[in-house]
Design a protein around this ligand. Structure first.
Ligand code: GLP
Length: 241
């Protein structure tokens, strides 16, 4: 596991963007796994800026997002479909047909999970997965206690996760109780993983991750077993290490 220490959120975002841009430029075909939340917003801003300045093209890139809330329409401003559209996809030249997120509004959620997993495999897997981390160590929406062998599945969100994400909603009652997420095994099958960690709130989670002990009670700990993980963390997140 490589650890890149950065001074602040801006530097973390730039370093992550540079790694992705280089890979995208080098490849004829590239499958990128993407995350939502506050953490990757700066990264996406840098990718957009780079496309404007250097014309980096995403026409050969396919994307798979980690997760989506259950029961939320794609047009809902709190959906991850909407987040990705506004934070990145509307501003780069990626073909819409190459963008994939789990459909949280599917009528048969079990079938949707199977299809999503199959689609990732049919594409040859994910070349590079961007990850954030929850304060409780969740990756995607894989909460503590999730099997390390899990594939794409429906999860009940932990109360602490709903509270952490309530800032995006008018009130906590409106935060969904379920989500579809890539499983832990889906995530670790990615060839390369970039984990972004920023801010004091993530200090304890990063400290626990770097201790190296693998446990279902702390889902991100599985990254210690992966052979190509780069953590890009800022000073605040690193303050407990
Ligand atoms: C959310 C998302 C995760 C994200 C994490 C951290 O619930 N499902 O993919 O990495 O929590 O979010 P943030 O970056 O806003 O702290």
């Amino acid at each position: 596991m490589e650890l890149i220490k950065t001074n602040d959120y801006q530097e973390m975002s730039r370093v992550a963007a540079d790694i992705i841009i280089q890979k995208v430029k080098q490849s004829k075909q590239f499958t990128l796994g993407l995350a939502t939340g506050s953490t990757p917003e700066g990264l996406y801003g840098n990718l957009i800026e780079d496309q404007k300045q250097n014309a980096t093209s995403y026409r050969h890139v396919t994307t798979f997002n980690l997760d989506e809330y259950v029961g939320m329409k794609r047009s809902d401003p709190n959906s991850y479909h909407y987040y990705m559209k506004t934070q990145l996809f509307d501003s780069i030249d990626i073909p819409v047909s190459q963008i994939h997120l789990p459909k949280g509004d599917a009528t048969d959620l079990g079938q949707e999970c199977l299809c999503y997993e199959e689609l990732i495999q049919a594409n040859g897997g994910i070349d590079l997965q961007v990850l954030g981390i929850g304060q409780n160590g969740h990756i995607g929406f894989n909460e503590p206690g999730t099997s390390l062998h899990s594939k794409t599945h429906v999860v009940e969100l932990a109360e602490s996760t709903r509270e952490a994400n309530a800032r995006f909603f008018p009130s906590i009652e409106e935060v969904p109780t379920q989500a579809i997420t890539m499983g832990i095994s889906t995530i670790v099958q990615s060839k390369q993983i970039l984990l972004l960690v920023s801010g004091n709130k993530k200090e304890q989670a990063l400290k626990r991750l770097l201790q190296g002990k693998i446990s279902e009670e702390f889902p991100a700990s599985i990254l210690n077993q992966h052979e190509n993980v780069t953590i890009i963390a800022d000073k605040e997140a690193l303050s407990g290490v």
